[in-house]
Design a protein around this ligand. Structure first.
Ligand SMILES: Cc1ncc(COP(=O)(O)O)c(C=O)c1O
Length: 430
C-alpha cells in the first residue's frame, strides 16, 4: 500500500469496495449476535487486509459516525454495537429480574475469563480482571516481595500508569528506581536489548517496560528482553496497555513474569476493563495487593469479588468473541498496513519527524511524530479544533508532537484527511 501514490490508492480502493459492497445490503447492518456478525462479514468478500468492503462492514459495527475523526484508540477504544448492547441488556435484565430467556443470546460473564486466557495463551488461573493497566501495575508494584535495596529498572517512555506505581513503591518501601534512556528510533531489536542489558547493575531486581510505547509507538522485542532479563535473574513486568487487540499476544512465548493490559483500548472491551497476568511460576514473587481475596494462590485473588454489575464481564466476553470473528492476525496486519501508509506519507512532509520506525518488528498500529518548533498542543489543538481529528499529544520522555492510531474502524480516507491536516499545520507553523 505505501508504495503507491495517494491518488492511485484512492482509485484502487474505490474499485475494490464497489465490487464487493454492491453484492447485497447486509454489510450495512449492525450485528446483534456473533452469528449475524459472521454472516455480515461473509457477505462482503474475503477477510483480507486490502478488502475495503470487508473493513467498511467492520466499521459499520461501531456506533461511531465519523463526523469527528477518531484516531486516538491508543487512549481509549470505542465500542462495537454488540458489546454495548450486551451490556445494556444485562443491566436491564438485572433490574427487571425477568425469568424469561433473553431474546438475544450473549455469553455469560463467567465466560470472560477462559476467553481472555485463551486469547493470550494463559491458564484461566493466571489472569485477573482489573479496571485498567494502571490498577494492574499498582497491584504488582505494591505487592512484589522485594528487599529495600532492590532496584527497579524502567525506561523514559513509561506512561504515568506504568510509572507512578514505582514512585509509590519507592516512597513506601524505599526501592531505588532508574530509567533506561530510549530516545532515537532503534535500528533493530538487538539495539534495544543491548541498551537494557547494559543498564543492569548488581542491585537491579525488576525490569519494568512497555510492550508498545505510548510515546513513540515502538514495539519492543519482549521475548528477547525477557530472555536476557531471566539470564540476569530479574523479575519482568510488561506494560502491555496497548497490546491486547492491537497485536497478537502470547504470554508464554514472551516469557514474562507479569503482563498487564487495558482491554478497553484495542480489544474494544467495556470502559474500565483491564487485566493482570501472573505467570504460574511467578505467583510466589507477589504477596498482598491493596485488595486481596482469600483462597488459592492465583492471579484471581487480586480481583474484587464483592457484589457488582455483571454487565462489564458480559461485554468483555462479547468483545473477545468480536475480536476472534475477525481474527487477531488479520487485525494486526490491517493496523500495521494502515500505519505504514500513514507513516510513509507523514515522513514526506517537510518539518515532520517520525518517531515510529517503519519496520514491522519495531512498530504496530500507531504512528508518532513531531513538527519542528511546535509543542504537543501546537499540533493537537488545531488537529482537534480546525480539523476535528482526535489525536494524543506526546508528553512523556521529552517528546513533543502527536500520536495517531490506526484501528479496525479507521479508513484510508480518514488517514488521507490526517495527512492533509498535518501537511497544512506543518506548512503554516511559523
Ligand atoms: C503504555 C501505557 N501504559 C499505561 C497506560 C494507562 O492505561 P489506563 O489508563 O487504561 O490504565 C497507557 C494508556 O494510554 C499506556 O499507553
Amino acid at each position: 500500500m505505501p508504495q503507491k501514490t495517494r491518488k492511485q490508492n484512492k482509485k484502487s480502493r474505490k474499485t475494490n469496495s464497489k465490487q464487493t459492497a454492491s453484492s447485497n445490503g447486509v454489510h450495512n447492518q449492525k450485528a446483534e449476535t456473533l452469528k449475524e456478525l459472521e454472516e455480515i462479514l461473509k457477505s462482503v468478500g474475503p477477510a483480507a487486509v486490502d478488502n475495503e468492503a470487508y473493513w467498511q462492514a467492520v466499521r459499520n459495527q461501531f456506533l461511531y459516525n465519523g463526523v469527528h475523526l477518531y484516531t486516538n484508540n491508543g487512549t481509549i477504544g470505542i465500542l462495537p454495537h454488540m458489546v454495548l448492547q450486551s451490556q445494556i441488556e444485562t443491566l436491564k435484565r438485572a433490574e427487571i429480574q425477568s425469568a424469561e430467556p433473553s431474546p438475544v443470546h450473549y455469553p455469560g460473564g463467567g465466560e470472560a475469563r477462559p476467553k481472555l486466557a485463551a486469547l493470550i495463551n494463559a491458564d484461566p488461573s493466571e489472569v485477573a480482571f482489573t479496571r485498567n493497566s494502571t490498577e494492574s501495575m499498582n497491584i504488582i508494584a505494591m505487592g512484589l516481595d522485594l528487599k529495600p535495596g532492590d532496584e527497579i529498572l524502567t525506561t523514559t517512555h513509561e506512561h504515568s500508569g506504568g510509572w507512578t506505581c514505582w514512585q509509590n513503591r519507592q516512597i513506601q518501601f524505599g526501592n531505588p528506581i532508574r530509567k533506561v534512556d530510549l530516545h532515537d528510533p532503534p535500528e533493530d531489536e538487538d539495539e534495544i536489548v543491548n541498551l537494557f542489558e547494559a543498564a543492569i547493575r548488581p542491585e537491579t531486581r525488576v525490569l519494568s517496560f512497555c510492550h508498545i510505547t505510548c510515546t513513540t509507538a515502538w514495539r519492543l522485542p519482549i521475548k528477547k528482553i525477557c530472555k536476557m532479563a531471566r539470564k540476569h535473574g530479574l523479575i519482568t513486568v510488561v506494560d502491555g496497555a496497548q497490546s491486547i487487540g492491537m497485536v497478537e499476544v502470547d504470554v508464554k512465548d514472551m516469557g514474562c513474569d507479569f503482563f498487564v493490559s487495558s482491554t478497553h483500548k484495542w480489544l474494544f472491551a467495556p470502559k474500565g476493563s483491564g487485566m493482570l497476568y501472573i505467570d504460574d511460576a511467578a505467583e510466589n514473587l507477589i504477596g498482598l495487593g491493596y485488595f486481596t481475596h482469600g483462597g488459592q494462590l492465583t492471579a484471581g485473588r487480586f480481583e474484587n469479588h464483592g457484589s457488582q454489575s455483571l454487565a462489564p464481564m458480559v461485554g468483555f466476553a462479547v468483545a473477545v468473541d468480536f475480536h476472534n470473528v475477525i481474527g487477531g492476525s488479520l487485525i494486526e496486519d490491517r493496523g500495521a498496513t494502515m500505519a505504514e501508509y500513514l507513516k510513509s506519507h507523514l515522513s514526506d512532509i517537510p518539518g515532520v519527524k517520525l518517531w515510529t520506525p517503519m519496520s514491522r518488528e519495531l512498530s504496530a498500529s500507531m504512528a508518532s511524530f513531531s513538527i519542528g518548533g511546535m509543542s504537543s498542543s501546537d499540533v493537537c489543538n488545531p488537529l482537534r479544533e480546525r480539523y476535528k481529528i482526535h489525536s494524543r499529544g506526546l508528553h512523556e520522555g521529552g517528546y513533543h508532537g502527536a500520536r495517531m492510531s490506526c484501528a479496525i474502524h479507521n479508513t484510508y480516507e480518514e488517514m488521507d484527511k490526517v495527512i492533509e491536516a498535518i501537511s497544512e499545520i506543518a506548512a503554516n507553523r511559523c
